[in-house]
Design a protein around this ligand. Sequence first.
Ligand SMILES: [Zn+2]
Length: 221
Amino acid sequence: MRRKKRRGAWGIPLLLICVMMLTAGCQKTSATPEAASGKINNTTGILLVNAANPLPEDAEPKDLVNLYEMKRHFLLARSDIYLEREAFEAADRMFKQAEDENLNGFILTGGYRSREKQQELFETRQDDTVQAPGCSEHETGLAFDVTARSNTEGFETTPQFAWLSEHCWDYGFILRYPQGKEAITGIAYEPWHYRYVGTEAAAVIRKNSWTLEEYCLLESK
Ligand SMILES: [Zn+2]
């Protein structure tokens, strides 16, 4: 068992000071000027990818699967959506539970992106919603974007979103860019973007209402 870290009243202010003082690794990728763009000394074993913590240039997913070719309990917006096998299997178990509870209609709209694809998106959509190459979680194969068949007024208004908010943690997923945490993640609220971190990290993140940045900073040994 890992010893629980104690944080005093200075914990959060110090975190913000740390992340604001450190240098960013990628250019022009933050949604807000005060975004957490500090390089984090991350020893948690959980992959952290953001503007200041880019993937190494030679990083490659280990075992991508084309979801279109897999038996699965959710829908796809396209036939060329890929995820790492472990993330896919966890997602499929999650959506199967939803289906067992008579909730279906989840549609995955995005998964893995190659660095080349990210570069192309970055060049063609020069705005704050597209991360620089190397700085997008989609390059890990561990994140997906989801919507619902019933989505007419935003995914966050759907029963599918309410269900995921309650259950994603149990399957090792986190809502990666929560509302109110924009200054820490550097990314605007994205109710549709989920990241696989494994059940242990997801439980800690949920319990503390942390972002992945806070987890990697505060749980590092
Ligand atoms: Zn996404």
